[in-house]
Design a protein around this ligand. Structure first.
Ligand code: NAP
Ligand code: MG
Length: 398
């Protein structure tokens, strides 16, 4: 059989622990037998990040900027326990945070739906994709406790020395304070990424904030989205038959629960943090959730939403076979291959990626799956280990 050819390399970012094991298994079983895989390989495994002083992460992010599409394995974000475990020179930052800072992107997370694993909310028929703004607000806030009576003010000093002041509160006793910010540039790039992704995936876009209460802060988000929609995207949305819809966050929550799904829900940073966990839980689990970072320049980085599945890895090291779910990592690869195919005009590559997704889902629907899904499956489930699950998919591909 002639293997499918590629034109431009994918930026391949290897990772850690159990997902590093899955990575190789997926390539060997489902990709290289069918595709003449062209990648530029970056080893983001923690030992190599440490050896390179984390330069490899920066190089990988720049490679995504150069080629346009990357696929990333889950990686360890070091903490003090990992410092000892890996004898690290430094507590390196989260690779995802480093890559996001370089690409300046928005993360879109969507559940992978399969028949037999029904969402807890029965009305949800299609995936809800959460687009989370990944900069600022309470995640970059300054906080303070005050011990007793006094006046708190918000002060901005412009470069020319001009001051802007506003009273926050006249404290009569002890209390707490928080100052947070966002930037016009970051909100605009968030909005552009959301509109672009909606057009790309032909889904409606919802956006929600609390602009009735936060008349300047949240209202600016609302205004920036509205201005960009009118000036840049309305026509393309109408041509694509999709819509942009703004509503208050509390109204959005009620509508989301009553909806059938099948749209993108753009959320401010905190709302996205909370709502993405809710959506993931309703649809099943993190092992059935894809994640793609889209930069305002149109670069794409695909990954699984879960971590490196450490507990399974320790069992693997002891020689046990594990039933770790590879679906989200398979979908990271198919997402990246499909996008590469679109950009390079390689319909065969797109068709392969889409077929691999269909066959993966059909394998689960036929009753063959990993342990995490078997316990939720409505129907007769045969729990298999990861390699046997991949082999079953490979059989379906033939
Ligand atoms: P995790 O790796 O997602 O695993 C948490 C638990 O969820 C697992 O122990 C397992 O439960 C279940 N699980 C997750 N993915 C699964 C899969 N594919 N198949 C079957 N079960 C799955 O999260 P964590 O344990 O909090 O983090 C481990 C490491 O991952 C940390 O070092 C963290 O820094 C890193 N991390 C990386 C990323 C990323 O690169 N994007 C994201 C999150 C975390 P059972 O053990 O009960 O089976
Ligand atoms: Mg969270």
């Amino acid at each position: 059989m002639q293997k499918i050819q590629m034109k431009t390399p994918l930026v391949e970012m290897d990772g850690d622990e159990m997902t590093r094991v899955l990575w190789q298994m997926i390539k060997d079983t489902l990709l290289t037998p069918y595709v003449d895989l062209k990648t530029e390989y970056y080893d983001l495994g923690l030992p190599h990040r440490d050896e390179t002083g984390d330069q490899v992460t920066i190089d990988a992010a720049n490679a995504i900027k150069k080629y346009g599409v990357g696929v990333k394995c889950a990686t360890i974000t070091p903490n003090s326990q990992r410092m000892d475990e890996y004898k690290l020179h430094s507590m390196w930052k989260s690779p995802n945070a480093t890559i996001r800072a370089i690409l300046d992107g928005t993360v879109f997370r969507a559940p992978i739906m399969v028949k037999g694993i029904e969402p807890y909310i029965r009305g949800w028929k299609a995936p809800i994709t959460i687009a989370r703004h990944a900069y600022g607000d309470i995640y970059k806030a300054t906080e303070m406790k005050v011990a007793g009576p006094g006046k708190a003010e918000l002060v901005f000093t412009a470069e020319d020395g001009q001051e802007q002041r506003a009273l926050i509160h006249n404290f009569l006793g002890a209390g707490i304070l928080q100052g947070m910010h966002n930037t016009k540039a970051s909100i605009e790039s968030f909005a552009n990424a959301c509109f672009t992704f909606a057009l790309d995936t032909k889904q409606d876009l919802w956006f929600s904030t609390k602009d009735t209460i936060s008349k300047t802060y949240d209202h600016s988000f609302k205004d920036i989205f509205a201005e960009l929609y009118e000036s840049k995207y309305r026509q393309a949305f109408e041509e694509a038959g999709i819509s942009y819809f703004y509503t208050l966050i509390d109204d959005a929550v009620a509508r989301v629960i009553r909806s059938e799904g099948g749209y993108i829900w753009a959320c401010k940073n905190y709302d996205g943090d909370v709502m993405s966990d809710m959506v993931a839980t309703v649809f099943g689990s993190l092992s059935m959730m894809t994640s793609v970072l889209v930069s305002p320049e149109g670069n794409y980085e695909y990954e699984a939403a879960h971590g490196t599945v450490t507990r399974h890895f320790y069992r693997y090291l002891k020689g046990e076979t594990t039933s770790t779910n590879p679906v989200a990592t398979i979908f990271a690869w198919t997402g990246a291959l499909n996008k590469r195919g679109q950009l390079d005009d390689l319909p065969e590559l797109c068709e392969f990626a889409q077929r691999l997704e269909r066959v993966t889902l059909a394998t689960i629907e036929s009753g063959i799956m990993t342990g995490d899904l078997a316990s939720q499956f409505q129907g007769e489930a045969k729990k298999v280990n990861t390699q046997d699950f991949l082999n079953a998919i490979a059989q379906g591909l033939c």
